[in-house]
Design a protein around this ligand. Structure first.
Ligand code: 13P
Ligand code: SF4
Length: 310
C-alpha cells in the first residue's frame, strides 16, 4: 500500500494532477487526496484549480460538475460505475416533463444530479447552501426543488416555504434506523446526534444538529468535548476522528440487512486511483451543448455562495 501511495504521488506530480476526494471515500483515498471536502467545496476547488488533470474521487455527478466547470481540463474518476441512487432517481426527461407541468416555477436542483438535469435548472444547490439559496428568493417565489424529497422537506420546514418537491432519495440515508438511534441515545444519554438532511424526517427529528458533511464536521471540531452519534455515510467518521482524536463518534446503525456505507463511493480504491492516473482513464465527458447550459446554474450557485461567504 505504501508503494502504491508513493506511485500515486509521483504520477500526480509528473502530470500536474489534483486529486480531490469526498468525505465518503475510503480512508486511504482521503489520506492521499490533495483536497477532501463536501460537494460544495469540491465544486469550488475544481472551479479554481490550475492543475491540468482533476482526479475526482467521488461519484460520477461530481466528476461531471468538475468537467462542466473546467471543460478544457481532463477530469478522471477512478471507477466510472460510481453512480448515485439519488441522481438516478431523477431522469432528465421525466424532470423536464415535471417542470413543464408546473410552469412559472424557479427550478432548484441539488448537486446530486446529472449534467442533463442541471441543464434544466436555474440554480444548483448543495446541502451546505440550500437553505441560504432558497432564502435568497422572495417568499412568494414559486420553486421546484429536486431530486431529494428529504432535503427538500427539511428546507421547506426550516424556511417556511412550500417548494414543490421531486420524489427522489438516497438509498444510504433512507436506511438509518430510528429505533436503533433511540437505543443508542439511551445507551449514551449525553451523546448528540449529527444528521445529514438527506435523512428522512423521522431521523432528523432525533438530531441535535442537521447539516452537510462539512457542517457536521465543523460542529464536531468546535464542540469536541461531546460524544456523537453520526447519521450520514460512515466515511465522514475518518476525518472526524482525525480532527478530534479524543472524541467518541458512533456511526448511526442502519436498519437490519442494510448498510450505512455508499456502495458507489466505495467503488474507488487506491489501485483504481493509481491506474486512472497512469492511463488517464476513465475520463468524464459531457456533451458540450448540455455543458453550456449546465454551467450557468452551477456558476449561479458559486456566485451566491461567495456572496454569502459560504
Ligand atoms: P455533502 O457532501 O454536500 O454533504 O453531500 C453528501 C452527499 O450525498 C454526497 O453524495
Ligand atoms: Fe448518492 Fe447517497 Fe451515495 Fe451520496 S451517499 S453518492 S447521495 S447514493
Amino acid at each position: 500500500m505504501e508503494n502504491l501511495v508513493e506511485a500515486i504521488k509521483q504520477l500526480k506530480k509528473e502530470k500536474n494532477a489534483l486529486i480531490m476526494g469526498h468525505y465518503y471515500q475510503r480512508s486511504e483515498i482521503q489520506d492521499v487526496a490533495d483536497y477532501v471536502g463536501d460537494s460544495l467545496a469540491l465544486a469550488q476547488q475544481a472551479a479554481k484549480t490550475e492543475a491540468d488533470i482533476i482526479v475526482m474521487c467521488g461519484v460520477h455527478f461530481m466528476g461531471e460538475t468538475a468537467k462542466v466547470l473546467c471543460p478544457e481540463k481532463k477530469v478522471l474518476v477512478p471507477d466510472m460505475q460510481a453512480g448515485c441512487s439519488l441522481a438516478d432517481s431523477c431522469p432528465a426527461d421525466a424532470f423536464e416533463q415535471f417542470i413543464n407541468e408546473h410552469p412559472g416555477h424557479t427550478v432548484l436542483s441539488y448537486v446530486n444530479t446529472t449534467a442533463a438535469v442541471k441543464a434544466l435548472t436555474d440554480v444548483v444547490v448543495t446541502s451546505s447552501n440550500a437553505r441560504q439559496i432558497v432564502e435568497s428568493f422572495p417568499r412568494e417565489e414559486k420553486i421546484i426543488f429536486g431530486p431529494d424529497r428529504n432535503l427538500g422537506s427539511y428546507i421547506n420546514a426550516v424556511t417556511g416555504r412550500n417548494m414543490l418537491l421531486w420524489n427522489g432519495a438516497c438509498h444510504v440515508h433512507e436506511q438509518f434506523s430510528v429505533e436503533k438511534i433511540m437505543e443508542l441515545k439511551r445507551q449514551y444519554p449525553d451523546a448528540l446526534v449529527l444528521a445529514h438532511p438527506e435523512c428522512p424526517q423521522a431521523v432528523l427529528a432525533q438530531a441535535d444538529v442537521v447539516g452537510s458533511t462539512a457542517a457536521l464536521l465543523k460542529y464536531a471540531i468546535a464542540h469536541s468535548e461531546n460524544t456523537y452519534i453520526v447519521a450520514t455515510e460512515a466515511g465522514i467518521l475518518h476525518e472526524m476522528r482525525k480532527r478530534c482524536p479524543q472524541t467518541t463518534f458512533i456511526p448511526a446503525p442502519p436498519a437490519a440487512g442494510t448498510c450505512n456505507e455508499c456502495n458507489y463511493m466505495r467503488l474507488n480504491t487506491l489501485e483504481k486511483l493509481y491506474q486512472c492516473l497512469r492511463d488517464e482513464s476513465p475520463e468524464i465527458t459531457v456533451d458540450p451543448a448540455i455543458a453550456a447550459k449546465a454551467v450557468k446554474p452551477i456558476h449561479r450557485m458559486l456566485e451566491i455562495s461567495a456572496r454569502l461567504g459560504l
